[in-house]
Design a protein. Sequence first.
Length: 303
Amino acid sequence: MPSVEDAPPVCIQEVWQENMEEEFIKIRQIVQKYPFIAMDTEFPGIVLHSQQDYHSTSEYMYQSMKMNVDILKIIQIGLTFLDNNGNSPSPISTWQFNFKFNLGEDHFAQNSIDLLTSCGIKFDRHLEEGIEVNHFAELLTSSGIVLSDDVRWLSFHSVYDFGYLLKILTNSCLPADLDDFLDLLHLFFGCIYDVKYLMKSCKNLKGGLQEVADQLEIVRIGPQHQAGSDSLLTGAAFFKMREMFFEDHIDDRKYSGHITGLGCSYTVGASDSSQNLTLKANDCVSNGNTASTTTSTAATSIN
């Protein structure tokens, strides 16, 4: 695998409503040679917490995620394309989709908006030139990057990220049940590698995305807490980890489909049947989680 220093320059392409169709034409071609897609999102925080009791930590965390995703709007989605060796297309490897967002009308956690603003997100432009979600969903569905057995998705602690993507793709609220959510996840995204889960098998790696990148000596390109740069860093971290800790080969049966962010490890999709769902959640136990259903200004845990 080429080192970061030897890699050719890469560019993050900004995508707004006016150039989205043009950029999706390029993406349809790119994915045929670069089927590894690192993904990240930026969203407006966490504003609700469930008051109900659930039988497991996972169910509580899923319902809390669902409540927030159902009422909040996506701000950015970043997609970085790589081949099986970790090489990216040149000059553009990453597409950063900027969505319509209205600070005067849409719900948000103030601390999250403050953080994103300090990292360079221009909400005035999102209001005026932002992407319409339904138009994006139409182009994404026909792009060849979802509903495909050939694509490999790379993410970091990604339950909220995939929650927003599923809401967009289905044009509906998330399923009431966690099992149904995981079924949909497997249908649309198939093979998922969550870098946070892979870290469990990597000695001494810990922390959030930037901390992991620092430990792996990966240089960030673009501003932190923007989806394009974070997706680019996620892709670089995956291939660096694969080289350093997995001898350039990751066993799909052991690592594919695990997602983090639900309080335990879930496996999306059984290896012997593309339509079956296998849950590996033996470490999930009921702990009587309760919280008030309130509006909060607490910032989300953004990478």
